[in-house]
Design a protein around this ligand. Structure first.
Ligand code: GDP
Length: 314
């Protein structure tokens, strides 16, 4: 490929990296070519999903993790999913500014992407960016989401390790836990442990884990840890747990297996997106016919006709 942007990106040029990622995110022709090349080099990064309700301290924790990783000589990629709700927009902007200070540091690349309407939807774009950052040599990749149910499931398929943030003072946290939304963590991080109320949350989560109420992914017994992202306590211990989990996966040949699944998911989501675009266009163009045939009681015939139209576009 006669494109030196990719070469420059692979050489660490930040502006080139940014261009490459933008092309990939928007699924341009160049973007797909970049992704194809980068996939040859990817598969080494440890990917860590971080989820929790707005205000749980995700950005604060990620800042602390970045510092820790960079000091240890790692290159860190961070992908943040924009919450689509306008209510959380204010705090999100605040987070973003804090994160941008960090992005000035060498060896850190932070990218936030829009979740495109579906609440917290972890889209194909996010998985593509993970794949790209991995191929560009970022060896620790953090994926941050707002913690909606579907998002968590999708983050799971894209990350090796999933950390669920739980905080004191939000009574519904434990409710969420019981409702099954938060059952999927490899690590439960009780944040804001500088507050005395954190103790009760810790006990409740510990009880849930020990009584088997949570899911044991890959036979890994989920860990529970108290941290204060703000006061930076427990961060090294948390990183140690992440490393231990990565090692656990490696010794069971699951580390690469998860990369493989992430890639399959990426391709599947890309195909779905393309098919969806075709379907949307066909629906858009045939509104009048649809109204007419439905009112004449010919829904079955309508579906068959539209299906043919979609097939013609393939
Ligand atoms: P996010 O919405 O999950 O990204 O949460 P933020 O990182 O923006 O944090 C939300 C609020 O909680 C901010 O005011 C933080 O300063 C505060 N916060 C984060 N971590 C801690 C902590 O460990 N202890 C205390 N007391 N406050 C924290």
């Amino acid at each position: 490929m006669s494109d030196d942007i990719l070469d420059r990106a692979m050489g660490g040029d930040e502006i080139a990296i940014s261009k490459v990622l933008t092309n990939i995110e928007y699924d341009t022709k160049n973007g797909l070519e970049y992704l194809s090349v980068l996939s040859k080099f990817s598969g080494k990064a440890h990917t860590i999903g971080i989820t929790g309700i707005p205000g749980a301290g995700k950005s604060t924790l990620i800042s602390a993790l970045i510092e820790n990783y960079v000091k240890a000589g790692h290159k860190v990629g961070v992908i943040m999913i924009d919450p689509s709700s306008p209510i959380s927009m204010g705090s999100f902007m605040g987070n973003r500014i804090r994160m941008q200070e960090k992005s000035l540091m060498n060896n850190v690349f932070i990218r936030s992407i829009a979740s495109r309407g579906h609440l917290g939807g972890f889209t194909s774009e996010a998985i593509m960016l993970t794949e790209a950052l991995d191929g560009l040599g970022y060896d620790r990749i953090i994926l941050e989401t707002v913690g909606a149910g579907q998002t968590d499931t999708d983050v799971m398929s894209a990350s090796h390790t999933l950390a669920v943030l739980v905080i004191p003072g939000a009574g519904d946290e434990i409710q969420a836990f019981k409702a099954g939304i938060m059952e999927i963590g490899d690590v439960y991080v009780i944040n804001k442990a500088d507050k005395p109320e954190a103790e009760a949350v810790y006990d409740a989560v510990k009880f849930a884990v020990e009584s088997g109420e949570v899911y044991y992914r890959d036979e890994w017994k989920p860990r529970i840890i108290k941290v204060s992202a703000l006061k930076k306590t427990g961060i090294q211990e948390l990183v140690d747990i992440f490393e231990e989990h990565a090692e656990f996966l490696r010794t069971r040949n699951l580390f690469y297996e998860k990369v493989r699944k992430r890639r399959i998911k990426m391709i599947e989501l890309l195909l779905r997106k393309r098919f969806n675009n075709i379907i949307s266009k066909v629906v858009e163009k045939n509104q009048n016919v649809m109204d007419e045939m439905i009112s004449k009681g010919k829904t079955d015939e309508l579906i068959a006709n539209l299906y043919d139209l979609v097939k013609q576009q393939l």
